[in-house]
Ligand binder design. Structure first.
Ligand code: AMP
Ligand code: ZN
Ligand code: FE
Ligand code: FE
Length: 310
């Protein structure tokens, strides 16, 4: 049996390839320093951080497994109702798979037009920021609202990125502009086709806007969704109990993750964690790319008896 105390697994972390503030190499090193034994890099709509993170794992002196992944921006639509924004994590999929690859490119392109439109509205209202500065802050990564939040913070408009969200960037703000997100069932199917494992991120993060109900969650599980991120900083205790129950009743795997974004958010690496048996299920289901192990992990099998070496 795997002793839970021997593992600390965080399967949802962002780097500068999207809206985190740690470069991919730093993210992996910080993960190891925080005592993580496994970490997923899951930037928004990109695999941009994968290569640098992978190269860094090879240099670590502690047992560590890297799970390559992406957080996809999606919409759930039901006839006669407003579309609901949600995020799906795709783990260990083949980055060359053409359907998903073109969808990632389309999503990143949509982030550019939408980011520019939000900034134009803010500039129009007199806030001293610019699209050039926001793009410079994103530095080639997937552009997101946290970059606009940083520009607002830098300009002295708000005291923090969090304050930028609560005052100017939330979904119900007059400055908000939607991006052209993917249809969630299409993304689930594309992740599966690419040999990956789809897990819904923070489905009941209520403070971010409308959430999907249990019926929709079950519909997505029937459409190929493999798991539910139950333990997430934005989930209330009662919601976690109910999500866990839904997952158990439908045979879905359960994850827990910090959704770390460096200094763009206050949550720390490993603040929420995944059981090693859930990670094992993800690894067993995936046929896209393998986990990447540091040398001590390969030699000692220290991640637990369930986690194979390469
Ligand atoms: P976007 O992808 O551009 O729609 O921006 C959403 C991203 O902003 C998500 O990754 C969230 O994690 C992040 N976010 C949401 N609320 C906040 C907040 N209050 N402070 C910082 N980041 C946030
Ligand atoms: Zn983010
Ligand atoms: Fe998310
Ligand atoms: Fe995230």
């Amino acid at each position: 049996m795997i002793d839970r105390a021997d593992t600390l697994i965080d399967l949802h972390c962002h780097s500068t390839a999207s809206d985190g503030t740690d470069a991919p190499a730093q993210l992996v090193r910080n993960g190891a320093l925080a005592g993580l034994t496994a970490m997923a890099i899951t930037d928004h709509d990109t695999t941009g951080g994968w290569a640098e993170a992978a190269a860094t794992v090879a240099t670590l002196g502690t047992p560590f497994a890297l799970i390559r992944g992406t957080e996809f921006s999606c919409l759930y639509r039901r006839a006669g109702e407003a579309a609901i924004s949600l995020h799906v994590l795709g783990y260990l999929y083949d980055p060359q798979s053409p359907g998903l690859r073109s969808e990632r490119a389309r999503l990143r392109q949509s982030r550019l037009g939408r980011g520019e439109a939000i900034v134009a509205k803010l500039v129009e209202a007199g806030f001293p920021i610019s699209w050039d500065r926001v793009r410079a802050l994103a530095d080639g990564g997937s552009v997101g609202r946290p970059h606009i939040g940083r520009a607002l913070h830098e300009a002295g408009v708000v005291g923090s990125v969090d304050e930028a969200f609560s005052q100017l960037l939330s979904d119900d703000s007059p400055f908000y502009v939607q991006k052209d997100d993917s249809e969630v069932k299409a993304i689930i199917a594309l992740i599966r086709q690419a040999g990956g494992v789809p897990v819904i991120a923070h489905p009941w993060a209520r403070r971010r806007g409308p959430i999907i109900d249990e019926r929709a969650l079950v519909e997505l599980l029937q459409a190929g969704l493999a798991g539910i991120e139950v333990d997430h900083p934005d989930h209330a205790a009662q919601d976690r109990l109910q999500l866990r129950d839904i997952a158990e009743r439908h045979g879905a795997l359960i994850t827990g993750s910090s959704d770390y974004h460096g200094t763009n958010k206050s949550v720390l690496l490993g603040a929420e964690a995944t059981d090693p048996h859930s990670l094992q299920r993800i690894v067993d289901l995936a046929t896209g790319v393998p986990p990447l192990y540091s040398a001590p992990a390969r030699h000692s099998g220290a991640l637990g008896d369930g986690l194979p070496g390469e």
